[in-house]
Design a protein around this ligand. Structure first.
Ligand code: SF4
Ligand code: SF4
Length: 134
C-alpha cells in the first residue's frame, strides 16, 4: 500500500507557483528517469532533471539552491522523450523566475570587465542577461 505524502502549506504554495509559471502539471511526473538518462548536461548538474521534478512535486523549496535550473540549456531532449509529455525546461525556467523574482541575479553585470565585454558575442551577452538576471 503506498503511503500518501502530505505537503506543508508552504510546499503547496510553491508547487502551485511553479506549475502556474511553467504551465506544466508537475504531479504527473512518474519519476521514470528518462529525462535524466538523456540529458546532455547532466554531468554538470548537482541534482538531476528528474530530481528537480521530484523535489518540486514535494514542495521542497531547497530545489531553488540547486545549480541544475541554471545549467539546463532548454535543448528539449527530455521533453520529446518524456512519457508524460512534461517539459522539464519549462519547469527549470519557472524555478529560475521564482529565484530571480527574489531580486537575486545569477550573474553580476558589473563584474564583467570592459575587455571581456568587447570579446563576448553580443548574442551570448543578451541571452545571458535574459536567463540570469531578473
Ligand atoms: S521523463 Fe517525464 S515522467 Fe519521467 S522523470 Fe522525467 S519528467 Fe518525470
Ligand atoms: S531541456 Fe534541460 S533538463 Fe532537458 S535534456 Fe535539455 S538540458 Fe537537460
Amino acid at each position: 500500500m503506498s503511503k500518501k505524502i502530505k505537503l506543508t502549506d508552504k510546499g503547496v504554495e510553491f508547487l502551485k507557483k511553479v506549475q502556474e509559471l511553467s504551465g506544466e502539471i508537475i504531479t504527473l511526473c512518474e519519476q521514470c528517469g528518462t529525462c535524466t538518462g538523456g540529458c546532455p548536461y547532466v554531468d554538470q548538474m548537482d541534482i538531476t532533471p528528474s530530481q528537480i521534478m521530484r523535489k518540486t512535486m514535494l514542495g521542497q523549496t531547497d530545489v531553488l539552491d540547486s545549480q541544475t535550473m541554471w545549467i539546463c540549456a532548454s535543448c528539449f531532449t527530455c521533453t520529446v522523450r518524456c512519457p508524460r509529455m512534461l517539459d522539464v525546461s519549462k519547469v527549470s525556467e519557472a524555478l529560475r523566475q521564482v529565484k530571480l523574482r527574489e531580486a537575486v541575479d545569477k550573474i553580476n553585470i558589473d563584474g564583467i570587465s570592459d575587455e571581456d565585454a568587447k570579446e563576448l558575442p553580443s548574442i551570448a551577452v543578451v541571452s545571458a542577461f535574459r536567463k540570469f538576471t531578473g
